[in-house]
Design a protein around this ligand. Structure first.
Ligand code: NDP
Length: 249
């Protein structure tokens, strides 16, 4: 990778990089010259990430974002293997457990809030420590259009993503004076495993509601993440960038 690549010299940590948007983000940041470490809950997922990043110094790591005790061990492992601390953090790992409010049990509520919000708080707190010392960092949290627009059957998910955006704004205010930017990227409907379970009828009527008349591609979200991670994003913090084909304005 040429030293003039936009992200040369940066170490990027991307959670949930085995599939979908996280995978596209990992590929794009690596193509832009960053050394990328991508996480998955499984050894198979980590091996997929290894293959994805073959030919670069990046690698896959088994880390369940919800495992608070594994986090410091994983960060020490990254430090040892990559010889650096992450200067870019992309909190992408996320889940849905959709159902209407009256059927929404504690477990589905907790699981979504834990994965999509509490794990991000823990990751940011752990990674920001070193960013503060080096007075540089880029934190990018993957939110959702649902955090702004709401969606029936997704009250747990909407709450987690709206919370994530509020969290990002507060942390942006705290960390800005030390050269660290914190932003959210809020995708609309993107063609990944998460949306492929939609019945064909529902997918067709959804497309009709999107002004650009199609689902987004993971690469189109990754391009915005790369922008925020690179020189173009230097003066943007506390923002939510919407990538939704005009679905929510
Ligand atoms: P996918 O379901 O396709 O992939 C999810 C990824 O997250 C996988 O790599 C999975 O890894 C990882 N993951 C899930 N839970 C954990 C965990 N506890 N620890 C570590 N990794 C985990 O999702 P998408 O790519 O569609 O979504 C990515 C992000 O984008 C999510 O935050 C989602 O909310 C958001 N988003 C997606 C939209 C869409 O339309 N697809 C729209 C708006 C937002 P593995 O299974 O290997 O462990």
């Amino acid at each position: 990778m040429s030293a003039t690549a936009p992200l040369a010299g940066q170490l990027a940590l991307v959670t949930g990089a085995s599939r979908g948007i996280g995978r596209a983000v990992a590929e794009r940041l690596a193509a832009d010259g960053a050394v990328v470490v991508g996480t998955s809950r499984s050894a198979e997922g980590a091996a997929t990430i290894d293959q994805l990043l073959a030919g670069s110094d990046g690698f896959g790591l088994v880390l369940d974002s919800c495992d608070a005790q594994a986090l410091p061990v994983a960060l020490a492992d990254i430090r040892q293997r990559a010889g650096a601390h992450p200067s870019i953090l992309v909190n992408n790992a996320g889940i849905t457990r959709d159902t209407l409010l009256l059927r929404l049990g504690e477990a589905a509520w907790q699981e979504v809030l834990e994965t999509n919000l509490s794990a991000v708080y823990r990751m940011c707190r752990a990674v920001a420590r070193q960013m503060l010392t080096s007075r540089y960092g880029r934190i990018i949290n993957i939110s959702s259009v649902v955090g702004s627009a709401g969606n029936p059957g997704q009250s747990n998910y909407a709450a987690s993503k709206a919370g994530l955006e509020g969290f990002s704004r507060a942390v942006a205010l705290e960390l800005g004076p030390r050269g660290i930017t914190v932003n959210s990227v809020a995708p609309g409907y993107i063609d990944t495993d998460m949306t492929r379970t939609m019945p064909p009828q529902a997918a067709a009527s959804l497309r009709e509601r999107i002004p650009l008349r199609r689902l987004g591609k993971p690469e189109e979200v990754a391009a915005v993440v790369a922008f925020l991670a690179g020189a173009g994003g230097a003066y943007i913090t506390g923002a939510t960038l919407h990538v939704n084909g005009g679905l929510y304005l």
